[in-house]
Each structure stands twice: as C-alpha cells, then as structure tokens.
Design a protein around this ligand. Structure first.
Ligand SMILES: [Ca+2]
Ligand SMILES: [Ca+2]
Ligand SMILES: [Ca+2]
Ligand SMILES: [Ca+2]
Length: 331
C-alpha cells in the first residue's frame, strides 16, 4: 500500500525524518503511519506504512475493531537482541513505558490493545547501542482518532494479538513415567476474553527445533483457558495426558533450552528460556510449573518464579504436574 491510501475524514499520516545522533552517526530513524479506515470498509488489509525505506525504523498501525482498540508498533533495524524502550504519553500526562527486546534480526513488534485513543498519544522510542552506549530517541504524536472504525486486522479478520495474550505456564521437559519422546508437553494459557487460533503459529527454540502449528480446522484455545501442546497426543502412550495439539520436530531439552511461541504475523507472543538447574527447577519426573499467581510473559522469564510441580498428575501417572489446570502456588 502506498502512504495515503485508505485515508479519509481529513485524517492523515504523520511521519518524521531520520536524525543523526552522536558523532555523525545515524542511529535511528522513525516513521509512523496512521491508517484510518471508513465505516464502510469491510476489513482493512494488514497495513504497513513505511514512510522511510531505510533502517532502522518504527512504524505504527492504528486499529479499532468492536470492543478492541489499539495500535501496533513495528521496530526494525536495531542491533540483534538489543532493547528498545517505548514511552507512550497521553495528552493528560499519563504515561507508560514498555521495554521491548529485539529479535536476532534487530526487529520487534509491539501491540498495545484496548488503547482507546480518545487523546493524542506521543510515542517515543529509544534504541541503545550496546557497544557505544549511544541512545537515540525519536518522538512523534499519534492524533486522537475517535473516528477509527477498524484497521490493523490481519487478512483473516482476526484481531491483533499482543505479547502475553498467550503465556507459557508449565512444561514437562523430563518425564519419568513415560519416555521423553512420548511424555513431553507444554501448557499455555489464553489470558484474553477471545478464543485464539494458533493456526500458523510457530513453536521453536533458539536452535533447530521449529514447528508450524497447523490443523485443518484451526487450533483454538478457549478464552481464559489452559491448553496443552504435546509431543504425543495418545493418552495410552503419553502418560494419560489430554494433549490438544501434537507437534513434531520440537523437543524440550533436559538441560538448557527455549520455548518460543510466535504468532502467524511474526509477533513473538511468549518465550521461556530455561537453564540446567541453576536458576530453574530441574527435577526428573516433575513438570516445571509457573507460580499460579504469576501468569505473565515477563514474570515467566525468571526461573525464580517457577517450581517443580508438587503432586502427581493422577493415581495412574506418578509424574508430578497439573496439565490443563491451574498450577500450584510455588513454595
Ligand atoms: Ca526432554
Ligand atoms: Ca529444543
Ligand atoms: Ca516470557
Ligand atoms: Ca498447569
């Protein structure tokens, strides 16, 4: 889409030009685009207004669908695995900050849901160069946009998802009752009030494990519910666990490993990277279980918020865990 397409009602695009920061060095340039779709628009296409072709960049999508407003920020061109600090300041002066980790390609996508845009919002993005310590800050204003009807829906019309809409809550990396190749599983929780379809999502680690979730009818996680992804979906073989989706080409190392869940648009929805028992629980035959009060995509990054499950699954399986139900409170 060209910048300007799909705009109406006198609303427009805001953009700003690259700046040079530090000793003659262009560290960061930002661009923002605002899409305002008319009431007659059935579904806006997924919009990316790239006002600047060069990297690094930030693009902004605005959207509102019934009961669901918000905007998405695409950050690109940063250093791999570095951080961007986003600050969102409303006209009233209230502000929130978000620390976003960029991926291995120096990119990140951040979605703010349920943000009503009744007021203009000033967005600042800081990228820090880890080598030089240089900090680049760029700011622009998203106008208040009460006339937005809907935008930023993906091509299937599904609402945008954000970091933490699905959270990894428990995993069995080292079952004892059955073999690892039969008994590994991952429990996730849908924290939203909407059903979420995992179709096209990618389960991966930092190595070569990668699996794209696919099922003819989609893979739906009910609102406010737990769901199990497992290596084996046959209860007779997997220790009696009710697996909702069976993956392949993915295993949970008994030492350090990662669980990454990326949605079909490329947003990293949650990631857990555990170690070999230094800061994380590491008991054979017991799942690694996030404290039930800490179901959060950031809090679950800390091994101290996890513990080994406290009780057996059932009378039939002596391994410990709480597959598909709320976890214990950690001791
Ligand atoms: Ca394992
Ligand atoms: Ca792995
Ligand atoms: Ca996480
Ligand atoms: Ca559980």
């Amino acid at each position: 889409m060209q910048a300007g397409e799909g705009l109406n009602r006198g609303q427009g695009v805001t953009g700003w030009t690259p700046n040079v920061v530090g000793p003659g060095r262009s560290v960061l340039a930002l661009a923002a685009g605002v899409l305002l779709a008319s009431a007659s628009t059935a579904f806006a296409q997924d919009i990316e207004l790239e006002l600047l072709q060069q990297q690094p960049h930030l693009t902004v999508e605005l959207g509102k669908s019934p009961g669901r407003a918000g905007f998405a920020l695409e950050i690109g061109g940063g250093l791999p695995h570095s951080f961007a600090l986003l600050e969102l300041r409303a006209e009233s002066g209230s502000k929130v900050q978000r620390l976003v980790q960029l991926d291995g390609e120096g990119q990140a996508r951040w979605v703010e849901r349920n943000h009503e845009l009744a007021q203009a919002i000033e967005v600042s993005c800081s990228l820090v160069d880890g080598e030089t310590g240089e900090r680049a800050v760029r700011t622009s204003v998203i106008p208040s946009a009460p006339s937005i009807v809907q935008a930023s829906l993906n091509q299937s019309g599904a609402p945008l998802l954000g970091v933490g809409d699905i959270v990894i809550t428990e995993f069995m990396k080292d079952p004892a009752f059955v073999s690892d190749s039969a008994g590994e599983w991952i429990e996730i929780r849908n924290r939203t009030s909407q059903p979420i379809n995992l179709e096209g999502w990618v389960l991966s680690d930092a190595g070569s494990n990668t699996h794209t979730i696919h099922s003819a009818n989609g893979v739906w996680v009910a609102p406010k519910s737990y769901f199990l992804l497992g290596i084996n979906a046959t209860p007779a073989n997997n220790g009696g666990v009710s697996v909702g989706y069976k993956y392949s080409n993915f295993s949970l190392g008994n030492g350090a490993d990662e669980i990454r869940l990326t949605d079909n648009l490329g947003t990293l929805i949650d990631v857990v990277a555990y170690d070999d028992g230094i800061f994380w629980p590491d008991d054979a035959g017991k799942s690694v279980s996030l404290d039930r009060a800490l179901v959060d995509p950031v809090l679950n990054d800390d091994g101290a918020n996890w513990c080994s499950a406290l009780a057996p699954f059932s009378s039939a399986n002596t391994d410990f865990g709480t597959p598909r139900v709320a976890n214990n409170t950690c001791p």
